[in-house]
Design a binder for this molecule. Structure first.
Ligand SMILES: [Zn+2]
Length: 299
């Protein structure tokens, strides 16, 4: 190797060990740290230093080299995996916080009405009739990450006053307390938020729609109560469809069976969009029937 090559290869190398620094007379800005021993094979491990090749100065010391003995390799592999896991977790947490700030900025909180804010699992009155629905809801909240993985939601259907809303809100509150971004509202309120953006120069329709399409969990309470417009149904379908494609779960509560719901969501005789909405919901949500009151009145 001629001298030019030596200079070139040295100037490309910005990290050297403390041993090399000593050997080649580099000037350390901080005292040279004492080398460590590998905890497994006792090999001496020198600290690495960041250098300026021109001035031959070590301007910062880094942790020592990693030993390449088998046990050390295993140790570092585990260490790196754990670091990566923590980093991903932190990134996910930050992403959730960003999302919640966006919800707050654009919609103000989760949308749960004041009178519903006490509907938790703790104060749900469990009896023989609603026990199964209660268990399903509780399991869903507890194992939400698994359900979310598959984009699986819940579809509470049943007569008035059986506790559908209570259970849906209890899931939402449970997850909100865990830091999960959740929006929970009636379809009419959801659509009103979108309509408000039509007159706003601050917030765009796209931004609000995007929140509904990407929030970790969307809960629509009391579906079918609202008189639909073409715009309302098309908007709702596009939200559901995007959530479906992004594999994100939706929870529905409704007083109506499929036939009634399609009728109620249809404009005049056009049942196509309403039918597609109901199909989409059944394709992605597990059915939770809470129908006993009407059953009682029949018999
Ligand atoms: Zn070692």
């Amino acid at each position: 190797m001629n001298q030019n090559q030596t200079v070139a290869s040295e100037s490309l190398k910005f990290i050297i060990t403390s041993l090399e620094a000593r050997k080649h007379g580099y000037l350390p800005k901080e005292p040279i740290p004492k080398p460590l021993k590998c905890q497994f094979c006792q090999k001496t491990l020198y600290h690495r230093g960041l250098i300026n090749p021109k001035s031959r100065v070590v301007w910062k010391w880094l942790p020592p080299e990693r030993c390449n003995c088998k046990k050390a390799q295993e140790y570092w592999k585990k260490y790196d995996e754990e670091q990566e896991r923590l980093m991903l977790e932190r990134a996910k947490e930050e992403e959730r916080e960003r999302f919640k700030r966006r919800i707050k900025k654009l919609l103000g909180e989760s949308g749960i009405k004041k009178r519903f804010l006490n509907r938790t699992f703790d104060n749900f009155e469990v009896d023989d009739l609603n026990l199964e629905a209660y268990e399903i809801a509780k399991t869903y909240a507890r194992d939400f990450e698994n359900y979310k993985e598959n984009g699986e939601g819940l579809y509470f259907v049943g007569s008035f006053g059986t506790g559908k809303t209570h259970l849906a809100v209890a899931i939402a509150l449970y997850l909100i307390n865990k830091g999960v971004p959740v929006i929970c509202k009636t379809l009419i309120d959801l659509l009103t938020d979108i309509k408000k953006t039509f007159d706003s120069s601050q917030i765009s329709e796209h931004e609000v729609l995007n929140i509904y399409k990407t929030v970790d969990l969307l809960v629509i309470d009391d579906l079918g109560k609202e008189p639909p417009t073409d715009w309302a149904m098309a908007t709702f379908y596009s939200i559901l469809n995007d959530r479906y494609e992004n594999c994100l779960p939706t929870i529905i509560t409704t007083n109506y069976n499929d036939k009634e719901l399609i009728e109620r969501l249809s404009r005049k005789s056009d049942t196509k969009t309403a039918g597609a909405i109901v199909d989409r919901l059944h394709g992605t949500c597990s059915l939770v029937e809470m129908n006993w009151k009407s059953w009682r009145t029949i018999y």
